[in-house]
Design a protein around this ligand. Structure first.
Ligand SMILES: Cc1cc2nc3c(=O)[nH]c(=O)nc-3n(C[C@H](O)[C@H](O)[C@H](O)COP(=O)(O)O)c2cc1C
Length: 170
């Protein structure tokens, strides 16, 4: 898929085909894309836990109003920030955001659908316990992915509403 086309056509996908598992190679590619995101001082603060096991996904599903999505999607990737390598919280969180967007785009480019789930953050500590991560790993978001059963739909405000230009033509 051409780069601009991929960026502009990605949508959050919240419905997935039944019994359709995702090839491990596609998950690996999405993780690699995430890992190649930019980060301040190139500190690469992201850490990932890939959850394919239905039982563990069920435990995560119980921690958010978006539980139906986590149950339905065959893949859940929990994204963490490692406080041990963190040097500036705001910048590290921004790097995590960049890595999540790379992951969403990589799933999309491979014909899969994904969604960034943040509501589950209200149960950050419970997620960390369920996934048994080291104490320095702080849960940031969950990405659910699978084969899309429905298109996503979303809109944006006109660009003019959100952009200011300083341009006197020189
Ligand atoms: C920080 C963040 C948190 C989000 N949390 C959720 C969530 O908990 N549940 C959900 O269904 N979508 C969630 N989303 C997806 C947004 O709802 C979605 O990106 C937005 O509506 C725009 O739609 P689009 O991604 O299809 O363009 C989240 C997105 C971001 C960036």
């Amino acid at each position: 898929m051409e780069c601009m086309e991929a960026l502009l056509s990605r949508r959050s996908i919240r419905h997935y085909l039944d019994r359709c598992s995702v090839e491990l190679e596609k998950i690996r590619k999405a993780l690699e894309a995430a890992h190649w995101a930019p980060s301040g001082k190139n500190n690469q603060p992201w850490r990932f836990v890939v959850v394919l096991e239905r039982e563990v996904r069920e435990q995560l599903a119980q921690l958010t109003v978006s539980g139906r999505i986590i149950r339905e999607a065959p893949v859940a990737v929990a994204v963490f920030m490692d406080r041990e390598v963190s040097y500036h919280r705001e910048k590290d969180v921004q790097s995590i955001g960049a890595c999540i967007e790379n992951m969403l785009l990589a799933f999309h480019c491979q014909g899969l659908g994904a969604v960034w789930l943040g509501e589950i953050l209200k149960n950050r500590e419970k997620v960390e316990t369920v996934l048994k991560v080291p104490p320095s790993w702080e849960f940031m978001a969950l990405v659910s992915a699978g084969h899309p059963a429905r298109d996503g739909s979303s809109t944006r405000r006109p660009l003019e509403e959100v952009v200011v230009w300083f341009d006197n033509g020189d």
